[in-house]
Design a protein around this ligand. Structure first.
Ligand SMILES: *Cc1c(COP(=O)(O)O)cnc(C)c1O
Length: 391
């Protein structure tokens, strides 16, 4: 059996999405900026996708700007506002557990003379709203806090954060790449100024994203060049990608309730069974304030990488916050921010579910995982001590 449980890394393109895209890779090749019919047709297709995405946010189409993905949207939001408001202030507030697209953009700005406050999180991965209030200064120009964390699934108190930003007249950006498609975000209700999203995290194609930009938000361009995206993001549009993104977004929000119910049930089943069946195991992230598709657990006495390799051998695709998977020697900055020891961070396993997963697949994982954990623990000298009662 093959079981894909890495939907937070990326998702497959839905067949309906691919069908919507194909004509734009084949027959409709005109440049949307051209005046002839070849171009005009494609301009229309982009406008349709813009409408589809605007609708999911209860926003105006002119508030949606297509980009080359979630990372670009994050970089644009942060660097663009910093550039536009640098004469007003040079202080930015974010958190310790952001995606690297946010963290590294902030670190870049620090080298350029900006000051950044990185809010800590508690053991569940939540920021403190009091900390946020206390960190606001006269020269704070931007608050950027993610909606849902990609590793541990924790959902931040976004309504409260947005209200605080608005009260203090500070621009608020949220990286909603993981939340989008799982949670309804209504820009008429939520006073958020910028939202980053990405197509490939919700059954759309890779390499296309968008930034929701509330009307009137001051921002400089990141990509300079032609007049595309109403002069805010240059470059000939990724038409097929944009069309696919529009279709994927529309489908996600058409079936939202069903999707939420299906995934919440599977997630709870998987999570409860793992915690129940395997001793010396700890949940990472908040139990309730959590993405509907995220399971993240740490197993004492074992390494994430060896677990991933063993799971892969029986056809199960997962991910880990341990060193090798992240391409650096340190374990995940997110897990360490929760206060986990290096050992527990190294022993983490992230299983992220998607629409295609079934109860049978979860049962297969629950059958395969416990013996794998046991076998790896049997090779661990630390576990040997536990068995002998040394700890
Ligand atoms: C995947 C992801 C990104 C980056 O999006 P890309 O489209 O892959 O560039 C940014 N933020 C979060 C939270 C993500 O999960």
């Amino acid at each position: 059996m093959k079981v894909y449980l890495d939907y937070s890394a990326t998702t497959p393109v839905k067949p309906e999405v691919l069908d919507a895209m194909l004509p734009y890779l084949k027959d409709y090749y005109g440049n949307p900026s051209s005046l002839h019919s070849f171009g005009r047709e494609n301009k229309k297709a982009i406008d349709t996708a813009r409408d589809q995405i605007a609708k999911t946010f209860n926003a105006k189409p002119e508030e949606i700007f297509f980009t080359g993905g979630g990372s670009e949207s994050d970089n644009w939001a942060i660097k663009g506002v910093a550039a536009a408001l640098k004469t007003r202030g040079r202080h930015i507030i974010t958190t310790n557990i952001e995606h690297h697209a946010v963290l590294h953009a902030c670190q870049y700005l620090e080298k350029e003379g900006f000051e950044v406050t990185y809010l800590p999180v508690d053991e569940d991965g939540l920021i403190s709203v009091e900390d946020l209030k206390n960190s606001i200064r006269k020269d704070t120009i931007l608050i950027t806090i993610m909606y849902a964390n990609n590793e541990i699934g924790t959902l931040q108190p976004i309504e409260e954060i947005a209200a605080i930003a608005k009260e203090n007249k500070i621009i608020f950006h949220t990286d909603a790449v993981q939340a989008y498609g799982h949670i309804k975000i209504d820009t008429q209700q939520l006073p958020v100024d910028m939202i980053s999203i990405s197509a490939h995290k919700l059954y759309g194609p890779k390499g296309v994203g968008a930034l929701y930009l509330r009307k009137g938000t001051k921002i400089h361009n990141l990509i300079h060049g032609g007049a595309q995206e109403r002069k805010k993001r240059a470059g000939t549009e990724n038409i097929a990608g944009i069309v696919g993104f529009g279709k994927a977004a529309e489908m996600a929000y058409e079936n939202l309730e069903e999707h939420v119910q299906h995934l919440t049930e599977l997630r709870d089943y998987l999570l409860d069974e793992i915690l129940d069946k395997i001793p010396y195991t700890k949940l990472n992230g908040h139990r309730e304030k959590r993405l509907i598709n995220n399971v993240n657990v740490s197993f004492e006495f074992i390494e994430g990488e060896s677990m991933l390799l063993s799971l892969d051998m029986v056809g199960i695709a997962a991910s880990s916050g341990s060193a090798c998977t992240s391409g650096s020697l340190d374990p995940s900055h997110v897990l360490l921010s929760l206060g986990l020891s290096h050992e527990m961070a190294h022993g983490s396993l992230r299983l992220t579910l998607g629409d295609q997963n079934t109860k049978e697949e979860i049962d297969y994982v629950l059958e395969q995982l416990p013996p794998i954990v046991q076998r790896l623990r049997d090779m661990s000298p630390l576990y040997e001590n536990i068995k002998e009662g040394v700890r």
